[in-house]
Write a protein that binds this ligand. Structure first.
Ligand SMILES: CC(C)(COP(=O)(O)OP(=O)(O)OC[C@H]1O[C@@H](n2cnc3c(N)ncnc32)[C@H](O)[C@@H]1OP(=O)(O)O)[C@@H](O)C(=O)NCCC(=O)NCCS
Length: 198
């Protein structure tokens, strides 16, 4: 079951990052990385064609309160986002009484490969499991996205099943659905969830 979420008052600090609600002042940095082909496309959205498009999406992120901007402290610059999205109803009946959401992320190509996203995701997991007491998190990625798969793996997500991911243009892509259970709240093994509807 998707849990309600409001990240608008949150600020987290990690070794290299600040995680805080998106702000209008993020626009230039956001456009700068979101307009580069090959970033959004791996996450299911098209690269932005102009600042207006980035401004509209930034305004939507501010309004919806389910996304955090990643600020690289050393450069005081927004370099990516993490969102806690509604997941599709495909986890199986044993998940129905449990609470969680789907985590999604994207980051400027300039900063790939430095472990920054795992650093941010780890902090968000702490919040979801430690403070909000959620039972699980979902992370989906396309079959041809090993970078995202590595982030999920490093953060402890386990492969649950194959899935179909629809991009913003309505096209389907084969994907992998991974799940992280909150060990403080769910004692069962993930495989028990998968087999519960058979
Ligand atoms: C997925 C993403 C957030 C990873 O963030 P990151 O901070 O670079 O993550 P990591 O530093 O842990 O690197 C993850 C893997 O990416 C690969 N990688 C590293 N540098 C890379 C580069 N310059 N180019 C391509 N891949 C690279 C490596 O396989 C690495 O795994 P390793 O640490 O075991 O070597 C980032 O690649 C991204 O924004 N991709 C586009 C959007 C996207 O795919 N979002 C997820 C949708 S489900």
């Amino acid at each position: 079951m998707n849990a309600p979420v409001d990240l608008s008052k949150i600020t987290f600090e990690t070794e290299r990052l600040l995680l805080r609600a998106p702000q209008e002042q993020d626009l230039e940095d956001f456009f700068c990385y979101a307009s580069i082909p090959g970033v959004g496309e791996m996450a299911g959205w098209n690269h932005h064609r102009d600042r207006n498009e980035s401004a509209k999406i930034l305004a939507m992120m501010i309004k919806e309160k389910k996304t955090l901007s990643l600020i690289l402290k050393a450069e005081n610059r927004m370099i990516g986002t993490i969102g806690l999205e509604m997941h599709k109803d495909e986890l199986g009946s044993k998940f129905e009484p449990l609470r969680g959401r789907e985590i999604g992320y994207a980051m400027s190509k300039t900063y790939w490969g430095q472990g920054l996203m795992p650093e941010a995701v780890t902090r968000v997991i702490q919040h979801c499991f430690g403070s909000l007491k959620w039972d699980y998190l979902v992370c989906n990625y396309r079959g041809n996205n090993p970078q995202s798969a590595r982030v999920a793996e490093k953060c402890g997500f386990k492969v649950y099943k194959d899935t179909i991911l629809q991009d913003r243009n309505g096209m389907d892509h084969p994907g992998i659905l991974t799940v992280l259970l909150n060990p403080e709240r769910v004692k069962a093994d993930l495989s028990e969830f998968l087999n519960s509807d058979k």
